[in-house]
Write a protein of this length. Structure first.
Length: 569
């Protein structure tokens, strides 16, 4: 049973009064809608007509509502049970733009369904995948997504497509204004103002573009003529599955799963003052619902979505983490879906404004990826995993003609930097796991200096094996408490043998003795505020590193008893 943190105004299972619930729902919905700007970018890459774009945005609102309900639920295997509502995710932007250019919107929708299915599959085997995605590889995946996203945004921010045209300086100016306001409020803003920096930057950029006449007349006419109430059309929905696009969308599904793990882990910690370690059940339910929401979105003609880290920061800052806010958001989104004027407003946002937003989000994701990578010491093996994979991924952008001329059976793997980078990172991780297991043991007597010997032994092994100091200290503390418990219970007839085993995934401390199981200590709550992607990288770091013993196993054979303490590294 979770302990309610005192700083929360409305905890996860508490329903706020209706007036407050409506205000909180409107606040979250407005932030969710910021990312609707990704839908026109993808639709324009497919050269979709205006009416199709309008319908795509309206249906996208319905898909977002369904995904919000799925994530907020606690129904069987579905739902994290937390306020972790989704947004249209930058993770899917690169693959979706590529699919739009290759096969139009049907390819986007079909491959989004595929990516959702990949994430659903991953949700069932999260524990088994940990060796393939240590912090270094997980952080690398996030950073590559940020790089791809930032490059797309930089294209629009620098006005590459409008270079040489009369209004080129204005497009660049609006993009820089959007980016500058978002960054300034993120750095120097306080409280909720800091947390809505992206929304403020988007609104400022759109206003500036409107005043400078950068919004084309047809877009303004569409806004003016759009009706206030209408059903979205379904005529444009079709599906195309392209094997060459599968690696890119599979990689995006993996990245979305990692992001969901991080967000839900952060939600767990925010909502439990006595939080000790990640609870796999809500995390699996969150990843399953994230994938299902993405799949349903594809069926409804929407691009990929994933849980929004920035919204977790807002809920923590306001003290309102009630999951009933998620249901309110869903109701508001569905109502908005039948107001075409709202869709027309998002369709009118210039690419220069969207570009500034993408650079802002990409920079945060790159920094978040680096934070995850360095959450534990990077040894020689991980140095080459990250370095080679990063260079290979970037080479896809630098030498596109080379990769396009590769044999046809390699085209799908080399179709995107994300797919190429993740494939290389996972492959190298598997290769470098050969001969990675290390094992050493020490015999501890009943004497008073045994505790010092125990701690010194684990710290020396930790330094030699390049294990993070926090993990080593957790192991030393837990093992020392076990030793003291056994000794004080007068269960020892001789020395205790302590063995340490490390395979770059788990540090296992094994004690052989006559005794009983150890009760682990407590851990305090969260005190910091999160901005944009920070809650995601923070939570994923917690999930990948663990707190105190992640698992305890006890067994006995005759008079010999064993306790194994597992610590995720």
């Amino acid at each position: 049973m979770a302990t309610r943190p005192s700083e929360l105004v409305y905890a996860v299972d508490e329903r706020p009064p209706w007036p407050q619930l409506l205000v909180l729902g409107l606040q979250h919905t407005s932030l969710m809608c910021v990312y609707l700007v990704l839908i026109p970018i993808i639709a324009k890459a497919a050269n979709a007509p205006h009416d199709v774009m309008l319908n795509a945005i309206s249906l996208g609102l319905i898909a977002l509502a369904i995904a919000s309900i799925l994530q907020t639920l606690r129904a069987g295997p579905f739902g994290s049970g937390y306020l972790a509502v989704p947004v249209y995710s930058a993770i899917y932007l690169g693959p979706s733009v590529m699919a739009a250019k290759v096969g139009g919107l049907p390819a986007v929708f079909g491959m989004t369904i595929f990516a959702g299915a990949v994430e659903i599959g991953l949700s069932r085997v999260l524990r088994r995948l940990r060796p393939l995605f240590p912090p270094a590889v997980s952080g690398f995946t996030v950073a590559i997504v940020g790089i791809e996203l930032g490059l797309v945004g930089m294209d629009q921010t620098l006005g590459v497509e409008v270079y040489g045209q009369p209004d080129f300086p204005y497009h660049v100016g609006v993009a820089l204004l959007t980016l500058s306001i978002s960054v300034a409020l993120s750095v120097w803003g306080r409280g909720v103002v800091r947390l809505v920096c992206s929304l403020t930057g988007l609104a400022s950029g759109f206003t500036a573009a409107l005043l400078l006449g950068l919004i084309p007349a047809p877009e303004l006419q569409t806004m003016a003529s759009a009706s206030f109430l209408a059903l979205p059309g379904l005529e444009h929905i079709a599906y195309r599955f392209d094997p060459d696009l599968m690696p890119a969308f599979a990689a995006a599904g993996v990245a979305a799963a990692l992001r969901t793990i991080g967000v839900v882990t952060t939600c767990e910690k925010i909502n439990d003052a006595d939080w000790k370690r990640p609870d796999l059940r809500p995390i699996q339910g969150g990843v399953l619902s994230d994938g299902a929401g993405c799949l349903i979105g594809g069926l409804l003609g929407a691009p990929g979505m994933s849980v929004g880290p920035s919204l977790v920061g807002v809920s923590k800052a306001t003290g309102a983490t009630s999951r009933y806010i998620g249901y309110t958001c869903a109701a508001i989104l569905i109502a908005m879906a039948f107001v075409p004027k709202i869709a027309a407003a998002f369709l009118a946002i210039p690419l220069s404004v969207a570009g500034g937003m993408l650079v802002f989000t990409g920079a945060l994701m790159i920094a978040g990826g680096i934070q995850i990578m360095v959450s534990r010491n990077i040894d020689t093996r991980m140095t080459f995993v990250i370095g080679i994979s990063l260079l290979l991924a970037l080479s896809r952008k630098v030498f596109p003609a080379y990769f396009e001329d590769l044999p046809s059976y390699l085209h799908s793997l080399a179709a995107s930097s994300l797919a190429l980078g993740i494939a290389a990172a996972v492959g190298l991780t598997l290769l470098f796991r050969l001969g990675i297991r290390r094992h050493e043991a020490i015999v501890l007597a009943k004497s008073d200096d045994s505790l010092a010997n125990l701690a010194a032994f684990l710290r020396e092994r930790g330094k030699s094996w390049k294990i993070g100091q926090d993990v080593v200290e957790r192991a030393a503390s837990s093992a020392a408490q076990a030793f003291v418990h056994i000794k004080d219970a007068h269960l020892l007839e001789g020395p205790i043998t302590m063995a340490a085993t490390y395979d770059d995934v788990d540090l296992v401390v094994e004690l052989e003795y006559d005794g009983s199981l150890l009760s682990l200590p407590d851990l305090g709550g969260v005190s910091r505020d999160f901005n944009e992607e920070e809650s995601f990288s923070y939570g994923l770091t917690l999930f990948l590193s663990g707190v105190y013993a992640d698992r305890v196993e006890a067994s006995s054979k005759g008079r010999l008893a064993r306790i194994r303490l597992y610590f995720a590294t």
